[in-house]
Design a protein. Structure first.
Length: 634
């Protein structure tokens, strides 16, 4: 048996009928011939957000073309010209065998072509010559799309051959999206122009919303105005009125693309034919038509429509549950468990959640990732009910684990927050991405949940840091007065209740004013820090210390024994001598110590014992001064 062929497909808008029909043709051929197909898909251009689109289109950067034998370019679905050209250039640079739809600009690619131009000419001629239309509006797709350009040019040609003017104010440039039909009618209504005889639409999605919007304004199709579409989709055929449209062999085109590409990969000359499209004249132009075709087909339509509504309601309910459960999660394990439970209901063999290594990083400390140039992890792999995870795998590998067999259909979809890439997920051998309109919502639910986790993680870190700053002295990295009282008070109360002896030591640095005055405050801070280091080194495991003031420190020790005060003083003096020999400053680091060892009485407070230790320390400091004064007078 030969090597399994792997084909990459680049596409946008999986949930639209054109893409669905072409993909169905590709998949049918691939399964029958043991070909692995990997779809790199995005929903760019749908939410009217350029920042969101950056994150969506990042999905195309993942495709490692070195691992594929060929590519199918459904780039006519990608409205962003820069993104589309980047994909095409990448395929051309690698000289990868490729098939493209309705585009003759790249002779090295196999052009899978349907004659859109002839069909659009016939459509416009029919409306003009059979129905007597004189004034026509046109709702176009984007001029970045070659099919949209061809259809608009065909419209202009037929208008010219019939001596009819094309008014630019009657042309609306959309994106082939359903909402463009609504926007086109609303824009027309604002112009104050007379109602045209017909609206010629470049696809069915726009035509259907144009019809419904016209009806909202009180116009009847086709009695008041004709509307035509293009693609002859299921919804268009069964709409009321049934939409006059153009029928295209889309599934055959998908199958032909895969077949021709396989021929090239196998070293054969591909067989490519230009496919024909045919007009379907029916109710929306005023022809009687036969779109539904009798009682049996109408019954089937009713049944299918009911099933679709029921399925959509069920899916919306499931997604609402998913969104609610994800909103309740506060850690990654719980989030992945919620996603795992949802995956078991969408009907696929395998699901893999793949995240970038820096997905949890703060924006300030990590660049806004727009390409997959890092290590990935797969914290959730669902394989026929069994769940596993992979800690690390290289992004250029794409799949966390190799498929191992042929005939697999995989959909790669992005996970991102605005333009920041968080990762992607892979659905293998399941039709959820092309049959369910809610797949995009599912992707956004995952993305938003992971972003919430990322933010929660950094909020918690910030709160921890604020809490730390509230109780920690930033200069010496020991407790400040607040932290000491908060912690030592509990230890003190426990000692009182259990009758334990404690030791409280008050330490005051000697000569800080002299250091500040003669060497500067930075040197004074250095001296305070070194003193704090010495005190920390002298602590027992059951002791805590704090910077109580500018140059004052307090040590609290539980379970004190006889001589602990003297032992602490010996350790302290030895370490002070050692640090002085290391730092070799023009001044000597020293401090005065006062320690109290006692069992606190019920009526005593921590503050009262601190005052006792402070008083003892002051006596020691006073004795030092008197000693120095006496020595200087001799």
């Amino acid at each position: 048996m030969g090597k399994t062929v792997n084909i990459a497909v680049f596409v946008a808008g999986l949930d639209e009928e054109y893409q669905h029909n072409v993909i169905t043709g590709i998949n049918d051929f691939a399964r029958k011939n043991g070909v692995n197909v990997s779809y790199f898909a995005a929903y760019g251009g749908m939410l009217e957000s350029k920042i969101f689109d950056i994150g969506e289109y990042s999905m195309y950067e993942l495709a490692n073309l070195d691992l594929f034998d060929g590519a199918i370019l459904m780039t006519n679905c990608i409205n962003d010209m820069t993104v589309r050209e980047r994909i095409i250039s990448s395929v051309r640079e690698r000289k990868l065998p490729a098939a493209i739809f309705d585009c003759a600009d790249y002779p090295e690619f196999i052009n899978i072509s349907i004659d859109n131009t002839a069909a659009m000419r016939n459509m416009v001629r029919h409306v003009i010559q059979e129905h007597g239309a004189k004034v026509l509006n046109y709702i176009s797709g984007p001029m970045s799309n070659p099919e949209a350009v061809d259809r608009l040019n065909a419209f202009r040609e037929v208008m010219a051959e019939n001596g009819l003017p094309v008014e630019e104010g009657r042309i609306f440039y959309g994106e082939f999206r359903p909402y463009d039909g609504k926007a086109a009618i609303e824009q027309y209504m604002e112009t104050g122009l007379a109602l045209p005889d017909a609206f010629i639409c470049a696809n069915d999605a726009m035509a259907l919303t144009a019809v419904s919007t016209l009806e909202k304004y009180g116009f009847c199709v086709p009695l008041d105005v004709i509307v035509t579409g293009f693609d002859n989709t299921y919804s268009a055929r069964n709409y009321c009125p049934a939409l006059t449209s153009v029928k295209r062999p889309l599934e055959r085109a998908g199958s032909a693309a895969c077949s021709a590409l396989l021929d090239v990969i196998s070293g054969k000359e591909p067989t490519v034919e230009r496919m024909e499209a045919e007009c379907v004249f029916t109710e929306s132009c005023g022809c009687s038509g036969d779109s539904i075709g009798g009682v049996s087909e109408f019954s089937e339509y009713r049944k299918r429509t009911f099933n679709k509504i029921e399925e959509s309601n069920d899916n919306v309910h499931k997604l609402n549950i998913l969104a609610a459960r994800l909103a309740e999660t506060e850690n990654t394990d719980d989030t992945f468990a919620v996603i795992r439970d949802f995956i078991s209901e969408i009907g696929c063999e395998r699901f893999a959640l793949c995240l970038t290594e820096d997905w949890k990083e703060a924006y300030a400390s990590s660049s806004l990732t727009q390409q997959f140039d890092c290590e990935m992890s797969a914290p959730l792999i669902w394989d026929k009910g069994e769940t596993t995870c992979i800690e690390y795998f290289p992004a250029e590998q794409m799949y966390p684990e190799p498929l191992g067999t042929g005939g697999n259909i995989s959909y790669f979809l992005p996970i991102h927050f605005k333009e920041r890439v968080l990762g992607y997920f892979i659905i293998t051998n399941g039709d959820f991405p092309i049959t369910n309109l809610l797949c995009h919502t599912f992707a956004m639910d995952i993305s938003n949940s992971l972003e919430n986790l990322r933010k929660l993680s950094h909020i918690n870190k910030a709160m921890e840091e604020l809490s730390r700053l509230y109780v920690i002295d930033p200069l010496c990295n020991v407790y400040n007065r607040n932290g000491f009282i908060k912690l030592a008070d509990d230890m003190f109360r426990t000692s009182v209740s259990k009758g334990r002896r404690i030791m409280l030591t008050f330490i005051d640095m000697d000569g800080l004013k002299f250091i500040n005055d003669n060497y500067g405050h930075n040197e004074g801070d250095f001296a305070i820090q070194r003193l704090a280091d010495v005190i920390k080194e002298c602590l027992r495991s059951d002791s805590i210390c704090a910077r109580f003031g500018g140059d004052e420190f307090v040590v609290f020790q539980q379970k004190a024994g006889d001589g602990d005060d003297a032992a602490f003083a010996r350790r302290f003096n030895a370490k002070i001598d050692n640090i002085n020999s290391i730092i070799r400053k023009p001044y000597t680091l020293s401090a005065s110590i006062g320690s109290i060892i006692k069992v606190p009485a019920e009526d005593e407070t921590l503050y009262s014992i601190i005052k006792e230790a402070d008083a003892l320390m002051y006596e020691v400091k006073k004795a030092k001064k008197n000693s120095r004064a006496g020595a200087e007078s001799k």
